[in-house]
Write a protein that binds this ligand. Structure first.
Ligand code: PBG
Length: 325
């Protein structure tokens, strides 16, 4: 019998060789840790996201300190707003003394080195649970831009390093950039959720913030999961409008889109490993059906390998704890 001439297995023989041959390495420096804050004195476990909490201001600061000590350089913060403060115009979002600006200020004071990515969208504050103004069942684009721009300035004032529009309204990046510059926040960056899909994988997040749409769905603004070329268009537009970073969201079902965007983008590319992707692994592990740690690493590796420079992931702490350089 003829022997194989070429043997790829040679490069897989030992753990040491495999380590030398490894093409993709994720370090804690690649990760951004999403966190939730609420207006209560105790933290509260999120049922659909085991291991995660709606934090109190003090437990939030402890968690940020812990993340920083493990090498994580960025957090993405989301507010759970009390129901009685929600209204159709998301007015609470521009209250400088509201929960969210306070949380940003306190985190910045306590851990100034940590880079804060704040969230710009109406849904946490909207009594309709939508990312834009709702009128007769329609999402009104241009009037929403004004609210988003004011929200972004409020967050920049509080100390956000990057504001992150996650709303998918047309023209929001330019509206936000102009408003920031007009208010003297030229140094505040924009992380644009450029290709954000209308995904079933946001379920646990909406549970965490109680932010699910009261009527209808988000398909007139978030993208159709079937589309790839449209993601390129959205990314190019956001870069033209002034985005400093672009994002694809979710990550796992959109690895091809991440690769495509990485090839055309001249700004760094982030991907959001969303709540449903986290909870799937947690649930599978709890049932004893898969190895949580191995599945987490494989998932994060696939996102980095696809071309993502930065990964927003709820596994940030778990990954960083197990990381050995
Ligand atoms: C909304 C927003 C969503 C997420 C981040 N910002 C959900 C949505 O669009 O309904 C989802 C994040 C996750 O699922 O982890 N502005």
């Amino acid at each position: 019998m003829q022997k194989p001439m070429i043997r790829p297995r040679r490069n897989r023989q030992t753990s040491s060789i495999r380590t030398l041959m490894r093409e993709t390495l994720i370090t804690p420096h690649d990760l951004i840790y999403p966190l939730f804050v609420h207006n209560h004195s105790e933290k509260e476990a999120i049922g659909s996201m085991p291991g995660l909490y709606r934090h109190s201001l003090s437990s939030l600061i402890e968690e940020v300190k812990k993340a920083y000590s493990l090498g994580i350089q960025g957090i993405a913060l989301f507010p759970a707003i009390d129901d009685q403060l929600k209204d159709p115009l998301a007015r609470e979002s521009k209250n400088p003394d509201g929960l969210y600006p306070r949380a940003i200020r306190e985190v910045k004071n306590a851990v100034p080195e940590m880079t804060i990515f704040s969230d710009v969208a109406m849904d946490p504050y909207s009594s309709d649970g939508h990312d834009g103004i709702v009128r007769n069942g329609e999402i009104i684009n241009d009037e929403t831009l004004e609210i988003l721009a004011q929200m972004a300035v409020t967050q920049a004032e509080a100390g956000a390093d990057y504001v992150s529009p996650s709303d998918m309204m047309d023209g929001r990046v330019r509206a936000i950039r102009n408003a920031l510059d007009d208010s003297g926040f030229e140094k505040t960056g924009i992380l644009a959720y450029s290709a954000k899909y209308a995904s079933a994988f946001y379920g646990p997040f909406r549970d965490a913030l109680d932010s699910a749409p009261k009527a209808g769905d988000k398909k007139t603004y978030q993208m159709d999961p079937a589309n790839r070329i449209e993601a390129v268009r959205e990314v190019l537009l956001d870069i033209e409008e002034g985005a400093d970073l672009v994002m694809i969201k979710p990550a796992l079902s959109y690895l091809d889109v991440i690769r495509e965007i990485k090839e055309i983008s001249l700004v760094p590319v982030a991907a959001y490993n969303v709540s449903g992707e986290y909870s799937l692994i947690k649930a599978g592990a709890k049932m004893g059906w898969l190895d949580e740690n191995a599945a987490m690493k494989e998932m994060l590796t696939s996102i980095k390998r696809a071309g993502s420079d930065l990964i927003l992931t709820y596994f940030a702490i778990d990954y960083a704890k197990g990381f050995q350089s």
